[in-house]
Structure formats: C-alpha cells, structure tokens
Design a binder for this molecule. Structure first.
Ligand code: XLS
Ligand code: MG
Length: 346
C-alpha cells in the first residue's frame, strides 16, 4: 500500500460487486457489508459512499422509526471503524414507481414518490453526519424523446432540488452528470448542465457537481476539463475516478486502466486546485472485471488508489518551468513529447 497523508479516499459498497452483467450471472459470491467495511480500512481508504438503500436495505418498506434506528446502528459501526460517510445518494432507479423516471416522470404520483424518497435519503445522511447528497439522475430522461418535454423536465428537476434544499438547510446537492445508460437521452448530461441547473434553484451556493471520469468520456468530453470547469465555479464537491474505453456501456474500469495520460491530467487538475483542502474525497467508482476471482475482488480499488498516488508523484515531478518555456515558444510538439517521456519514466 502506498503511503498517503493528503487525500481522503472513498468507495461504495456497490464497488465490491459480483460480476453479473445483462448476459450472465454473478461470477463471485456476495460479500457482507461488515466485510466490505473491514476491507475498505485495510486497503487504506477513509470514507464510504452510500446509496440510501445501501445504508438501509429495503428502505421503501421501512417505517421512519426503523430508518432512524438502522441509520444510528450504521453510524456506530462507521465510528467504531473510524470511517466517514462521504455521500448519500437516493437510489431512484430500482422502484416500480420510477420506471418512467423519478423527478421527471410523467406521472405525478411517481414524482411525489421521488421527492419523498429523497427526503428519506436526507434523513439518513443527517444521522450519518454527512451533508453531501449526490444525485445521479439515472432515469431522468427517456428512450422516446417525444414522450417528455425538456423545459418541463428542467423545471421539475430544479423544483425537486429546491424541495431537498428546503427540507434540510445544511445539505448540499452534488449532481453527477451522465449522458446515457440506462436511458437513451438523459437530462443533465454534462457538468455544464449541472452548473446551469444549480443557478435555477433557490440556493445555488448549495448545488454543485461530481465528475465521474467514465461519464465525461461517454459524453465525448475530457474528464479533467469537466472537473476544472466545475472548480472554476467552486463546485467540484466529489469525483468518481475510473476509466472507460470509448463509447461503450459504462465500464467503470480501474483508474488509469485505459488512458494513463488522461488519468495524469485528472490528477494534475485536482493537485493544482488543492482539491481535498475543503474535505472533498477522491472516490473510485470502479468495478472488478467479470473475470476477476473472489480472492482478487478488491484489487481494482487498491490498484486505483495506488495509480492515483503514483500519478500525484508524476504531477509533482513534472517540470512545469520547462513546460512554460515550451508554451511561451508555442512548441507544443515538444510539450507533447515531454509529457509522454515523463509518463514513460524515461
Ligand atoms: C452510475 C453511477 C452511480 C453513482 C451513484 O453510473 O456512477 O454508481 O455514482 O449513484
Ligand atoms: Mg459514479
């Protein structure tokens, strides 16, 4: 394990997964939550991310009292392990109520469900001492563009966020944009959309973004630029580092697995903007390859962390003065080669 005393690392229970895909069953046995929490600590992570129902399974069938009790038990477990809860995200894409979307469903009952569920998510976050609510807007879009109206949907989204902000004055909402999958067309596909909708809400200061590398790549964008764009608004509140081989299904490959230079540039952006200095975590939203054996089922996480820390060293040892001279001389040819040689380690 590489030593680290600057960054706080995080992952979610779903990142230790069983290997099923739409074409075949699981290839590894499920691991219990306590086992995952133990591993998280063992491999040098500091925080855990949660969906509301990772924290409280079968959330929809539980009473407020059961939810409170479950969240308190979880908080005790996290405290005993010395682990923070980084984010809580409402999982709005599993329920039969959200088949046509949550906040943007055409059915008012479904929209109401989505808000109620988001409030439960906030209740859980509060008990976990976590103020960051993440919205990955999975089904807020459609397969059939004529079925929904972008203007109405944008209003619905801003109204839903407003209701969350009003429900608890301490929370902040970070939108995790993704252009597609599960939907054909998703609303809020990029960080630009996320920043714009923040300014449509009643309290823009409390609405920001989370960049997932793979989602930016799926939108045909550069993850490092998506991050620094949000940073320029003071709104990059988390990152989901991973990798993605072009325009395919969401692959969630280990960080740097596909494009080391892009990974270097993502770390470079985080480093030069002091990311983490306000408590932001570096989260890895990565999955094991389906072929991974049980005994290697957390290696994608520890490898991503190691790659990140190795790249921090690469960023710090990059000769910025020399790069500036080449930039002043418009010698981008030499700059390009300089980056390649630096990454190759000569
Ligand atoms: C899916 C998302 C999801 C979020 C959390 O594509 O990355 O895992 O990060 O809801
Ligand atoms: Mg993610």
């Amino acid at each position: 394990m590489i030593k680290n005393n600057q960054y706080k690392f995080s992952f979610g229970p779903w990142n230790i997964s069983e290997g099923y895909d739409p074409y075949g069953p699981a290839t590894r046995p499920p691991q219990a939550f306590d086992w995952k929490l133990g591993k998280l600590k063992e491999i040098g992570f500091d925080a855990m991310m949660f969906h509301d129902d990772d924290a409280i399974p079968d959330l929809d069938s539980k009473s407020p009292e059961q939810i409170r009790k479950g969240a308190k038990e979880l908080k005790r477990k996290l405290d005993d392990a010395g682990i923070l809860a980084e984010i809580v995200a409402p999982r709005l894409w599993f329920s039969p109520m959200t088949i046509d979307g949550g906040y943007t469903s055409n059915d008012p009952k479904a929209r109401k469900y989505a808000i109620e569920r988001s409030k439960k998510c906030i209740d859980i976050a509060k008990i976990l001492d976590c103020s960051l609510i993440v919205l990955w807007l999975a089904r807020e879009g459609t397969y059939i563009r004529e079925s929904k109206n972008c203007r109405t949907s944008t209003d619905y989204l801003a109204e839903a966020i407003d209701k969350m902000l009003a429900y608890d004055k301490k929370i902040r909402v970070a939108i995790e944009p993704k252009p597609n999958e599960p939907m054909d067309h998703a609303y809020i596909p990029t960080m630009g959309h996320a920043m714009a909708i923040a300014f449509k809400t009643s309290d823009p200061k409390r609405v920001g973004g989370l960049v997932e590398s793979a989602h930016a790549i799926l939108a045909g964008l550069d993850p490092a630029d998506e991050m620094e764009f949000a940073i320029s608004y003071g709104k990059l509140w988390s990152v989901h580092l991973n990798d993605q081989n072009g325009l395919k299904f969401d692959q969630d490959k280990p960080f740097g697995s596909n494009n080391l230079r892009s990974a270097f540039n993502q770390v470079r952006v985080l480093e030069r903007n002091n990311y983490g200095s306000k408590g932001e975590c570096v989260a890895f939203d990565v999955h094991s390859f389906r072929s991974t054996k049980e005994e290697h089922c957390v290696d994608h996480l520890s490898n991503s962390r190691d790659t990140f820390l190795r790249l921090v060293e690469k960023v710090r040892s990059f000769d910025n003065a020399k790069a500036q001279t080449l930039i002043a001389d418009r010698n981008y040819q030499a700059l390009d080669q300089m980056v390649i040689e630096h990454l190759l380690g000569k």
